[in-house]
Ligand binder design. Structure first.
Ligand SMILES: [Zn+2]
Length: 426
C-alpha cells in the first residue's frame, strides 16, 4: 500500500504554539497554556493538519511518505492563524473627515446631527453597488490576511432595511467564496434605529421580527443574529424579543452589550445563552458572574476603546479572574475602529486590558474561534484541524505585541495553501 502524499511540510520551527487543549474556550489560568513545542514541524494533507510535534517525531512519522512541498521556517515562531470574531466588514465609504472634529471635541451626537457618524455609513452603504462594496471589503480582507488573520466574522447592519441588509450579506457570501479567508455571517439589522422610526421604534422592532429575520433565515444568509442593546438604541426587552425571534428561525445569538451603560445586556446574554456578548466595557460583577455561569464568551474590543480615546476599557482582568472566557477582536468598522490589524488588538489587549501576551494569543485564536462556533475547525494546531498557520518574523511571542504598529507576519498558510509569502500576497 502506498503511503499518503504530504502536500506541505513545515520544518525548522523554532517555537510552535499549538494552543492544543480542552475542546472549549479557555478560562482563567488555562489562557496561559499555549501548547508549546520547541524545534517543531507540521505536516499538511488536503488542507488539514496531518502531523504536528517535534521535528524528530514528525519526520519519523513521515518516513516513506512522499513530500510535495516544503517550507523552512528558519527557526521562527509559528502559531495558528488569527481569528477575528467581530467585524463590520462590508460597508460603504470611510469617515476620516470626522477625526479632526473628534479631536476638536465636537460631541458624537453633533457629528451625527451634521450628517456624519453611523448614519453617513448607512447612506454610503445604501448608495454603493454590490461591486463597490465587494471591492472595498476585498481590500480589507487582503489587509487582514497580510496581518495573519485567517477566519473573520462579518456583520450586516448598515442598511437598516431589508434590501440593503440582504445586499451586505450577499456580498459577504461572495467574498467567502472567492477570498482565502473564511467568513462567518451575522445579520445585524438591529444595529441602530433608522431616522424614520425614531418616533416609533417599536415599529422597527416589529419589522425586524416579522419581515427581516424571517427573510434572512429563509435565504440562509446568516448563521448568527446580533443586536446593539444600549440605552437609546434597543432596550433589554426589545433585544429579548428580537433575539428570541432569531433563535426561532434557527440563528445562533450574539449581543452588543454594556458598551456605554450597564443596562442588563450581559444578564440577557446569559438568559438567552448567547454564544458571545460584545464590548462589555460597562459590565458589572453581576453581569460577569451571569455570563460565566452560562458559558457566554466575552468578545472584547480594545482597539475600539483606544480609538474612541475615552480611556474606558472592558474589565478583562476581573473577567479572567472570575473564570469567564474572553476573546479579542478588531470590531473593524469605519467609525469606532478603522483597523484590520489583530496585531494592533493584541498590543491594546496587553497595554490596556492588562492581559499577558499568552492570554492575548489565546483570546485571538482558540477562544475567538469558539466565539463564532468554529472551535472544532480552527484556532489551534491539532491533527484534523484546518491548516491555518502563521509563520512570524519573530522567534518569540512577546515581541509581537511589544513592538507595536508594524506587521510581524512573514508567511500565512490558509487551509494548507501558502497565501502570504515573505509579507506579500501570493
Ligand atoms: Zn460592533
Amino acid at each position: 500500500m502506498t503511503k499518503q502524499n504530504i502536500d506541505l511540510l513545515i520544518t525548522n520551527i523554532g517555537k510552535c504554539l499549538t494552543l492544543e487543549g480542552p475542546k472549549r474556550a479557555r478560562t482563567g489560568a488555562e489562557m496561559k497554556e499555549l501548547g508549546e513545542i520547541e524545534k517543531a514541524a507540521i505536516a499538511i494533507v488536503d488542507g488539514k493538519i496531518f502531523a504536528v510535534g517535534t521535528e524528530q517525531e514528525v519526520l519519523e512519522q513521515l518516513k516513506n511518505h512522499a513530500i510535495t512541498e516544503q517550507i523552512d521556517a528558519g527557526g521562527a515562531l509559528v502559531t495558528p492563524g488569527l481569528v477575528d470574531p467581530h467585524t463590520h466588514l462590508v460597508h460603504g465609504g470611510s469617515r476620516e473627515h470626522e477625526l479632526a472634529l473628534k479631536i476638536e471635541g465636537v460631541p458624537y451626537l453633533e457629528i451625527l446631527s451634521r450628517g456624519g457618524g453611523i448614519l453617513s455609513t448607512v447612506r454610503s452603504t445604501i448608495e454603493a453597488s454590490e461591486q463597490e462594496l465587494y471591492d472595498q471589503a476585498w481590500k480589507s480582507l487582503n489587509e487582514m490576511l497580510l496581518h495573519g488573520t485567517t477566519t473573520v466574522e462579518a456583520k450586516s447592519g448598515y442598511g437598516l432595511n431589508l434590501d440593503v441588509e440582504l445586499k451586505q450579506l450577499r456580498v459577504a457570501h461572495q467574498l467567502d467564496e472567492k477570498h482565502p479567508i473564511d467568513l462567518v455571517h451575522t445579520f445585524m439589522g438591529a444595529h441602530a434605529i433608522p431616522l424614520e422610526y425614531k418616533e416609533d421604534p417599536e415599529r422597527f422592532v416589529d419589522l425586524l421580527i416579522n419581515e427581516m429575520i424571517p427573510e434572512v433565515a429563509r435565504l440562509g444568509l446568516a448563521e448568527f443574529c446580533d443586536i446593539f442593546c444600549e440605552q437609546g438604541v434597543f432596550s433589554v426587552e426589545q433585544s429579548r424579543r428580537i433575539l428570541s425571534a432569531a433563535r426561532e428561525h434557527g440563528m445562533k445569538l450574539k449581543i452588543h452589550a454594556d458598551e456605554i451603560v450597564s443596562l442588563g445586556g450581559a444578564e440577557l446574554a446569559a438568559e438567552l445563552q448567547c454564544r458571545s456578548a460584545e464590548h462589555l466595557m460597562a459590565t458589572d460583577d453581576k453581569g460577569i458572574q451571569a455570563m460565566k455561569d452560562s458559558g457566554v464568551i466575552g468578545v472584547l474590543l480594545p482597539a475600539t476603546s483606544f480609538n474612541l480615546a475615552t480611556g474606558k476599557f472592558a474589565p478583562a482582568r476581573k473577567m479572567i479572574e472570575a473564570g469567564m472566557a474572553i476573546a479579542l477582536s478588531t470590531d473593524y468598522n469605519p467609525g469606532s475602529s478603522p483597523t484590520e490589524s489583530m496585531q494592533m488588538v493584541q498590543t491594546c489587549g496587553c497595554l490596556y486590558l492588562r492581559m499577558t501576551p499568552a492570554e492575548v494569543l489565546t483570546a485571538t485564536t482558540i477562544n475567538a474561534a469558539y466565539a463564532i462556533d468554529r472551535g472544532d475547525q480552527v484556532g489551534s494546531l491539532e491533527v484534523g484541524k484546518k491548516a491555518d498557520i502563521v509563520i512570524w518574523k519573530s522567534k518569540n511571542l512577546e515581541y509581537i505585541p511589544y513592538h507595536f504598529g508594524i506587521n510581524h507576519v512573514d508567511h500565512v498558510i490558509k487551509a494548507g495553501k501558502l497565501v502570504v509569502n515573505k509579507g506579500q500576497l501570493v
